[in-house]
Design a binder for this molecule. Structure first.
Ligand SMILES: Nc1ncnc2c1ncn2[C@@H]1O[C@H](COP(=O)(O)OP(=O)(O)OP(=O)(O)O)[C@@H](O)[C@H]1O
Length: 673
């Protein structure tokens, strides 16, 4: 290829080639590091070698991930009129001068935020288009040129319309200003994002983690970061995004994973789960736990050598009361009690003219008589056993739930056949959360530096508390859509949810532009909004592709659904066949009979396997180019109440990027017509 000095595209390509060479040189420098002389200690050298290996990995040049996607030319007075190429990572040349700037660096910010109204000292913003790793196009905005008209970016449109195959990908090249404001908000504050389907909440949450790791690398490396999603298949779908941004250390989990102290084998009826998930349960647990503390009634006698030291009961009582009044964990108070008692003994020794030191106090604290008092007054409590007793022993529950839970609520909690032991109990997911709460009452849960909580609307108050205690000293990004709440305990307001999370002062932001669902489809789905979440605004689709919405009445449902899948397979991209969970088995059979291979959610779509059979209960957070929706009324009917059913349907209707085909034999829910 001959490089002409005047063709801008050629010059940009030359910069790409030079940047790639610079990246290669950076990698070679690291590869050439010889650590033999740096450290003789083999543990240190292992650690160092691992860091070096990670660094080499991070410096890999991925053929299909463009090294830079944008360029900013500043006006002369700022940044010395410099030009910056914006990319996923920092690249510098041999002299240390930047070839590509990390998208998270402060000088990159105007790439996302500058506008004609507020050019932020930027003269030119250039976006690059790539085809299979080749730089093939660019698009300019002269932000300070009044004669240039505002127009929507074709590259942005192309990016949004690009067919979806495989797992979720990053959006660094096209983060929108209102999204960027959330991505770059500070580490100290918790942010809550309300946004309709496809407004980019998940994308924004993941990019915020990447941003925070860049801006506060050391602190977060120490304290840790965690992304919480609704289920395994969702986590699988999003797991590539952060590694693609160079961040390999972020943990992922479901709320169930966080509280997996017992094996969950049982399921609660909805009404029971609602009570178990209610924040009042925290009060019941606290009371029940503290009821194990009893006030001493006997004096303590400590024998040391030839001397006996007596502490009267009223003094022991005072110590116990004082610990009860202090707001410390049950276990911490239990650990402190022997030392407090020993201290009282020490004071007596001093009064008698002895000069005991710290070692004497420790010895007294370990004295059998002192231990006996502790065992008697402040016994060890096993959190799971505590919950087991509350759920099996009506009197114990009544004693601690009095004035907190009604009689009916207490009845809902009690097991009809109490299990014999923690091991044999058929614990439910909500029980595991109760045990987690009890565990935290005994011993403080470790707090991370930052937690992203996705699909947050579905959590119960007790689950919010479980997440909240994992970021007490850190912050959180809470993402959700109240209209997509499909649990019986789904939150009705973010203020309440944030209160339970322990972050009542968090800012609530709203995203309204939709990047997934075509206009016609979102308009159709939004017909449900007034019936299930009145007051929530319809998403404004930014997609120019009108998409397609097809509704077919069928007299032989399975056959017509299979036919619709076949039609979708004739096009490019992924296909999701979404159906009520109860319909999945029949449809699986129909697909097999028709010789159409299909995947389950969480299995990766590839160019050869593009059809996924999705139970409606797992559709949340996922997306497909084409969606075939089987019998909407069955999706509604599968839920315990109509509102939840309509919300489940709303989720299913909003998964499509390019087209939605609805096939039904039963009449459509009236709210849609
Ligand atoms: N700024 C953007 N540029 C390009 N694509 C974007 C942008 N923002 C979001 N998207 C894309 O839109 C789709 C929807 O994003 P995402 O899944 O984050 O939305 P969501 O709000 O979490 O949706 P849901 O409520 O359905 O879970 C994804 O494919 C995402 O990559």
């Amino acid at each position: 290829m001959s490089v002409s000095a005047t063709d801008p595209l050629d010059r940009e390509r030359a910069h790409l080639t030079a940047s790639r060479a610079a990246l290669r040189a950076m990698r070679e420098d690291v590869e050439a590091l010889d650590i033999k002389d740096v450290t003789a200690n083999w543990v240190n050298s292992l650690v160092l070698q691992r860091q070096i290996d990670d660094r080499i990995k991070a410096l890999a040049d991925l053929a299909h991930t463009p090294l830079f996607f944008g360029r900013l030319d500043y006006l002369p007075p700022t940044q010395h009129g410099q030009r910056f190429y914006i990319g996923r990572r920092h690249v510098h040349d041999a002299a240390g001068d930047p070839m590509v700037i990390d998208w998270r660096a402060p000088v990159s910010q105007p790439f996302y935020r500058a506008s004609r109204k507020d050019p932020q000292d930027v003269r030119l913003r250039r976006r690059f288009g790539y085809t299979g790793g080749e730089l093939t196009a660019y698009e300019d905005e002269h932000l300070t040129d009044p004669s240039e008209a505002e127009r929507t970016s074709k590259l942005l449109q192309a990016e949004i319309e690009r067919p979806r195959v495989g797992p979720m990908r990053d959006i660094v090249a096209t983060i929108q200003p209102e999204q960027d404001a959330i991505v770059r908000s500070g580490l100290s504050g918790t942010v809550c994002v309300q946004g309709g389907p496809g407004t980019g909440k998940t994308a924004v949450g993941l990019h915020r983690v990447a941003y925070l790791l860049y801006a506060h690398r050391e602190r977060l490396a120490r304290t840790g970061t965690l992304v919480i999603g609704p289920n395994r298949s969702f986590l699988h779908y999003i797991e590539q995004v952060l590694p693609a941004l160079g961040e390999l250390e972020v943990q992922q989990a479901t709320v169930d994973d966080l509280v997996a102290h017992v094996e969950v084998r049982g399921e609660d009826p909805a009404a029971t789960a609602v009570v178990k998930g209610d924040a009042r349960m925290a009060q019941v647990l606290r009371r029940a736990l503290r009821s194990h503390v009893t006030l001493p009634t006997e004096p303590l006698m400590v024998v040391r050598g030839s001397r006996r030291w007596r502490v009267p009961a009223y003094e022991l009582e005072e110590i116990v009361r004082e610990l009860l009044d202090r707001d410390i964990r049950y276990g911490a108070a239990r650990d402190a009690l022997p030392q407090r008692i020993a201290h009282t003994v020490l004071v007596r020794m001093e009064q008698a003219g002895e000069a005991p030191d710290d070692r004497v106090q420790d010895a007294v604290a370990r004295n059998a008589a002192v231990k006996a008092v502790v065992k008697e007054c402040w016994p060890q409590v096993d959190p799971a056993k505590l919950v087991l007793r509350l759920l099996s022993d009506a009197d114990f529950l009544a004693e601690h739930a009095a004035g907190i839970l009604t009689d009916d609520e207490q009845r809902l909690l009690l097991w009809t056949k109490p299990p014999r032991s923690v091991k044999s109990a058929k614990w439910s997911a909500a029980d595991a959360v109760l045990i987690d709460e009890a565990k935290d009452l005994v011993e403080r849960t470790h707090s991370l530096g930052h937690v992203v909580l996705d699909e947050a609307q579905d959590l119960s108050p007790m689950q919010y508390r479980a997440v909240g205690r994992r970021c007490t000293t850190g912050s959180a990004t809470v993402l959700g859509d109240l209209a997509q709440g499909t649990t019986p305990w789904a939150t009705e307001s973010w203020t309440q949810a944030l209160g339970h999370l322990g972050k009542p002062d968090a800012a609530v932001e709203e995203l309204t532009a939709g990047f997934r669902v075509p206009k016609e489809v979102i308009a159709y789905a939004s017909r449900l909004l007034p019936h299930m979440s009145p007051g929530l605004a319809e998403v404004r689709s930014v997609r120019e592709n009108p998409g397609s919405l097809t509704i077919r009445h069928s007299t032989s449902l399975d056959e017509d659904v299979v036919a619709a899948c076949r039609e979708a397979l004739a096009r490019e991209g992924s296909i999701g066949l979404i159906a009520a969970d109860t319909r999945v088995a029949a449809l699986a059979k129909a697909l097999e009979a028709a010789g159409l291979p299909y995947l389950s959610p969480g299995e990766e779509t590839t160019a050869d396997a593009r059809l996924t059979l999705v139970p409606a209960s797992l559709a949340k957070g996922l997306e497909y180019d084409y969606v075939v929706l089987d019998d909407p009324s069955a999706v509604v009917a599968a839920e315990p109440d109509e509102r939840t059913g309509l919300r489940r349907l709303y989720v299913a209707l909003t998964r499509a990027v390019s087209g939605l085909t609805i096939v039904h034999d039963a009449p459509l829910p009236e709210q849609l017509t």
